[in-house]
Design a protein around this ligand. Structure first.
Ligand SMILES: Nc1ncnc2c1ncn2[C@@H]1O[C@H](COP(=O)(O)OP(=O)(O)O)[C@@H](O)[C@H]1O
Ligand SMILES: CC(=O)N[C@@H](CCC(=O)OP(=O)(O)O)C(=O)O
Length: 294
C-alpha cells in the first residue's frame, strides 16, 4: 500500500516538474523533424507520435516534417536500382523521383493515421500544397544530382491556417519549381526552412543516433552542447559525414535565423521528445547561438 502511494506521489512529482515547461511553451510552435532512420518499426513510430500528440494536447503547436530515406532506398532497390547519395543527398533521376514521391506520401498518410487514432486531428500535406515549399534545382559541389530541390521560398500560410483550426500539420519534403516540376527535398532542409518561416520556438531532429559525435567511431567524443560556430568548425574540418551533414548545416542555419533552440535527439529512445522538453535531463545534442554561450 505504502509502495503504491510512493509511486502515485512520484507520478505527481513528474507532472509538477513539467509545469514550468508547459507554461514556457504554451501555444509556441515546435517543429519536429522525424527522420526515416528512426522509423524502423511501428512501435517506435507510435511512441514518437504519442509524444507529439501529447505536446499538442497540452497546448503546444507541433508541426511534423518527416523523412523516409531508408524506405525510399528500399523501394528504389526493388526496381533494381542502386540508391546513390552525394553529400547526404539522394541522386534523384525521374524514376527515383516518382518512387520518392509515392513512398513519402505513403509515410505521410501513415503518420496522419497514427495521430488520428490518438484522437487528434491531423492534416498531411507535401511542400507542393498551397505553395508551401518553392524550390530550384540544387547542385552538390557543382555536380548535377537530378531532381533535388534547393528551397528558395516558403509560404507558411497553409500551416498557420491549420494551426489556427487546431490541426496538427504533417509535411512530406517534396516541392515544386517555378515551372511546376516536382523535386525531392532533403527532409532536414525542409524542416529547417519551415521552422524559420513560422518562427518556431524549437526545432528537434529525431534521428537514429544519440546525438553528435566529434569522432563517430569514438563514443567518448559525444557533444551534448555546442554553439553554431563550433558546429560550423566541425563541418569545415571534415568531422561530419553522411546524413549528419545536412542535419548539422540546418541546425546552424536555424539558430542563426531566429529559431531559439535546436536539438538532435535519438528517436530510437522511447519518449526522447518528452524527456528533452519536460525534464531537466538534457538528452541529445543542443545547438545554441554564440551569444547564448558567452
Ligand atoms: N559526427 C557524427 N555524429 C553523429 N552522427 C554522424 C556523424 N557523422 C555521420 N553521422 C551519421 O549520420 C546519421 C544520421 O543521419 P541520417 O541517417 O540521414 O538520419 P535521418 O534519417 O534521421 O535524417 C547517423 O546514423 C550517423 O551514422
Ligand atoms: C534530396 C534527398 O536526399 N531527399 C531525401 C528525402 C527524404 C529524407 O530526407 O529522409 P530522411 O530524413 O529519412 O533522411 C531522400 O530522398 O532520401
Amino acid at each position: 500500500m505504502e509502495k503504491d502511494m510512493e509511486q502515485v506521489m512520484k507520478k505527481a512529482e513528474v507532472l509538477i516538474e513539467a509545469l514550468p515547461y508547459i507554461q514556457k511553451f504554451n501555444r509556441k510552435i515546435i517543429v519536429v523533424k522525424y527522420g526515416g532512420s528512426a522509423m524502423s518499426n511501428e512501435e517506435l513510430q507510435k511512441n514518437v507520435i504519442k509524444d507529439v500528440t501529447l505536446l499538442k494536447l497540452v497546448g503546444f503547436k507541433p508541426i511534423i516534417v518527416h523523412g523516409g530515406g531508408k524506405e525510399i532506398s528500399r523501394w528504389v532497390g526493388k526496381v533494381g536500382k542502386e540508391a546513390k547519395f552525394i553529400n547526404g543527398l539522394r541522386v534523384t533521376d525521374e524514376e527515383t523521383m516518382e518512387i520518392a514521391e509515392m513512398v513519402l506520401n505513403k509515410v505521410n498518410k501513415s503518420l496522419v493515421t497514427m495521430v488520428e487514432e490518438l484522437g487528434v486531428k491531423a492534416v498531411g500535406v507535401s511542400g507542393k500544397d498551397g505553395g508551401l515549399l518553392q524550390v530550384e534545382k540544387k547542385y552538390s559541389d557543382g555536380q548535377d544530382i537530378g531532381y533535388v530541390g534547393e528551397i528558395t521560398g516558403v509560404n507558411p500560410d497553409i500551416l498557420f491556417d491549420m494551426l489556427e483550426k487546431d490541426y496538427l500539420p504533417i509535411i512530406a519534403p517534396i516541392g515544386l519549381d517555378k515551372d511546376y516540376h516536382t523535386y525531392n527535398i532533403n527532409a532536414d532542409d525542409a524542416a529547417c526552412a519551415i521552422a524559420k518561416a513560422v518562427h518556431a520556438e524549437k526545432l528537434a531532429f529525431l534521428t537514429d543516433i544519440e546525438g553528435l559525435y566529434k569522432d563517430i567511431n569514438d563514443k567518448s567524443t559525444f557533444i551534448s552542447r555546442l554553439t553554431a560556430s563550433e558546429a560550423e568548425g566541425l563541418i569545415h574540418d571534415g568531422y561530419i559525414g553522411g546524413g549528419m551533414l545536412p542535419k548539422l548545416n540546418n541546425c546552424t542555419s536555424a539558430i542563426r535565423n531566429g529559431v531559439n533552440r535546436v536539438h538532435i535527439l535519438d528517436g530510437r529512445l522511447a519518449h526522447c521528445l518528452l524527456l528533452e522538453i519536460f525534464t531537466n535531463q538534457g538528452i541529445g545534442t543542443a545547438i545554441v547561438s554564440d551569444e547564448e554561450e558567452k
